[in-house]
Design a protein around this ligand. Structure first.
Ligand code: UT7
Length: 326
């Protein structure tokens, strides 16, 4: 498989650190020093996850030169669909990809990497030739805006890539995916329901999803320990080492995590792609948004090798080593 197009979309409105400091007990200095984040773009009530995803998807299709009807499969990685039954079919309809089958994939901030690897399996088996992979999240709808431990981190957005079958060398060079449910409580967006008796024999619950809860220090420790390890494993499968990489592109959670991982892998800062200052943590969208920006700025060039890594709730983490260019 090869990646032939990328696109991204983020809401226009944003909240600066100084705006946040008027809402909770925090400061621009603290947020910048501890996370590297300067602002986060937020979706208003008129913006849906499906719309943001469709915008990113249309740009990726345009770059790839494919028409919507050429698509065989659409994978939407998200933890914040417009509809709990999934939003991928809605995206399919918005972009007019009537021939494609579409479904959602939920793996929080690892979602884009997991979906990219899933796309590659369908392409490698010969089942599908043209696959659209989208990472999109609107976590502002699930953040407790009174909790300074989480509300400073998250922003909204969508990113997409087009993966195609190729006869000239597979550009997913290696991958590794992991999960550990025993640490699930470190980062949750859980359902909570009230008990309700339907009759004397049947009792159910009804309720809602609650706000995001997170043990920041635990997730930080987990990321710094596991991300270098999973990248090394993916590199091993690719027959490469960190010295062969042109770019390191991690899930944009925290600049300190990005720096610590780069440090462990002995990758210099010029090779690190980061836009966390502009968007904060956009969950499944963060890797494809940063990839799209780097491609459009012509930082990433034909033949460049990029180590991507997603990590977060589950807990889940993974890495895909990709080579850009047709
Ligand atoms: O997609 C994956 C999603 N999650 C992550 O990647 C999160 C990973 N974790 C982190 O990025 C960091 O743990 C945070 C940025 C969330 C927190 O940074 P930290 O350096 O781990 O801070 P901390 O939680 O150890 O807190 C240090 C101090 C505490 O005060 P005391 O107990 O030392 O007096 C906190 O109460 O900073 C305080 N604090 C804040 N102060 C100002 C926590 N949040 C804030 C805040 N503004 N927003």
């Amino acid at each position: 498989m090869t990646i032939t197009g990328s696109g991204s979309a983020t809401p226009d409105q944003f909240l600066s650190n100084n705006d946040l400091a008027l809402m909770v007990d925090t400061s621009d200095e603290w947020i910048k020093a501890r996370t590297g984040i300067g602002k986060r773009h937020l979706a208003s009530s008129s913006v849906s996850l499906s719309q943001l995803s469709a915008q990113a998807a249309s740009k990726a299709l345009e770059m790839s030169g494919l028409a919507p009807n050429d698509l065989d499969l659409i994978l939407l990685a998200t933890s914040s669909p417009d509809d709990l039954f999934g939003s991928a079919c809605q995206v399919q309809s918005l972009i007019g990809a009537s021939r494609a089958v579409a479904f959602d994939l939920t793996a929080a901030c690892s979602g884009f990497v997991f979906a990219l690897v899933t796309a590659a399996q369908y392409i490698r088996t010969g089942s599908y030739r043209n696959v659209l992979v989208i990472g999109a999240d609107i976590l502002s709808r699930w953040v407790d805006w009174n909790d300074r431990g989480t509300c400073i981190l998250f922003g909204d957005g969508a990113g997409a890539i087009v993966c195609q079958a190729t006869e000239t060398g597979d550009r997913l060079l290696g991958f590794e995916m992991c999960s550990d449910g025993s640490q699930n409580s470190s980062l949750n967006l859980g359902y909570q329901g009230l008990e309700k008796s339907l009759n004397t024999k049947a009792e159910i619950t009804q309720g809602n999803y609650q706000f995001i809860t997170m043990n920041g220090r635990e997730v930080y420790r987990f990321a710094v320990a596991k991300v270098p390890e999973v990248i090394e494993k993916a590199l091993y499968h690719a027959g490469l080492s960190a010295a062969d990489l042109d770019w390191l592109l991690l899930h944009q959670a925290n600049q300190r995590i990005i720096d610590a991982v780069a440090d462990r892998l002995k990758i210099t800062s010029e090779k690190v792609i980061s836009n966390v200052a502009e968007y904060g943590n956009t969950s499944a969208a963060s890797i494809p948004i940063a990839l799209d920006e780097a491609i459009r700025q012509r930082k990433v060039k034909d033949g460049d090798i990029i180590a991507t890594s997603g990590f977060g709730a589950g807990l889940s983490w993974g890495s895909a080593i990709i080579q850009w260019g047709k």
